[in-house]
Design a protein around this ligand. Structure first.
Ligand code: HEC
Length: 269
């Protein structure tokens, strides 16, 4: 009795397995020119005309439509949007157009071609630096760079101290002094967008061109300059207004005095 049950179960299982495998086998390598089945055709198929085709739809029988009267073709030869660059309405278009053309090497590659024909990195950021931009740069820096280069730019980030190469200290003289290749704004821009590679093609620092567009990258450069300023500046570097606002720094108490007085910080009470 039990035996027959087992046998029929086995037969059933084998049949089911064969059925399950059937669709896999059936579709292998099969090709067809027939249209795929469309269960929800939606807008897959629509009426369209080819260029220069004739149509009964318009009275003149032409598919190509003439420009409506008084319309001005955008970027046509006798309309120069650059002449309206200061107008509020034009600013968005200008930015959009510049981003599409990417014609300004200094802005889009950080490089210029010198009179001798050699390419070199631009000394200073070729776009206007605003407070807003620096703040944007801080935001991006704190997302993409901080892990390795640290909040202070000194290369002591959490990941940085464990990275296979020690990350650069961005506040060091090498990156401050524009007389150095590595101190030029265009160079910093290039590193941000493209990363660093060694001669064998090994990656020393990842590039962030996928996440930081050109304007983002310039903003990060501006913020690196701010970090450098913040670290290496003295009282004398401040403008008189800034000095007034901050008040004279009190000289640090000398050690003997400090130890003579009871520490108030962190005490009980
Ligand atoms: C994953 C870690 C890591 C991240 C994230 C990172 N860097 Fe670096 N960076 C490095 C390392 C490592 C070096 C040093 C490479 C070397 O000397 O071979 C370096 C070097 C640099 C240098 C010096 C280049 C040179 O030629 O001396 C600059 C400038 C720099 N990074 C900027 C940035 C900026 C800005 C960001 C954020 C957009 C960033 N890095 C993100 C690891 C990182």
């Amino acid at each position: 009795m039990t035996r027959t049950i087992n046998t029929s179960r086995a037969v059933l299982a084998a049949t089911l397995a064969a059925l399950a495998a059937l669709p896999l086998a059936g579709c292998r390598g099969e090709r067809t020119d027939a249209n795929p089945r469309r269960f929800f055709p939606d807008m897959d198929k629509q009426q369209r005309w080819d260029p220069q085709e004739s149509t009964g739809f318009y009275a003149d029988g032409r598919v190509a439509r003439p420009t409506p009267e008084h319309a001005v073709a955008f970027a046509s030869s006798d309309f120069d949007i650059a002449q309206h660059a200061d107008a509020d309405w034009a600013r968005g278009y200008m930015a959009e157009r510049a981003a599409m053309l990417k014609a300004d090497d200094a802005v889009y590659t950080g490089k210029t071609v010198e009179s001798d024909g050699f390419e070199s990195f631009v000394d200073t950021i070729p776009v206007a630096v605003t407070r807003e931009m620096i703040e944007h740069g801080r935001n991006e820096y704190n997302i993409y760079c901080v892990a390795c280069h640290g909040y202070l730019g000194d290369g002591q980030g959490m990941v940085g101290v464990r990275w296979s190469y020690p990350p650069a200290n961005l506040t060091s003289e090498l990156y401050r002094d524009r007389a150095n290749r590595q101190g030029k704004d265009g160079y910093l821009f290039d590193v941000i967008r493209n990363g660093l590679w060694n001669a064998e093609g090994g990656n020393r620092m990842p590039g962030y061109g996928h996440a930081l567009n050109e304007m983002d990258a310039w903003a990060v450069v501006a913020y690196i300059r701010t970090l450098q300023k913040a670290r290496g500046s003295s009282w004398e570097d401040l403008t008189p207004e800034q000095q007034q606002r901050l008040g004279r720094p009190t000289p640090a108490p000398d050690a003997s005095q400090a130890s003579a007085q009871p520490a108030t910080e962190g005490g009980e009470s």
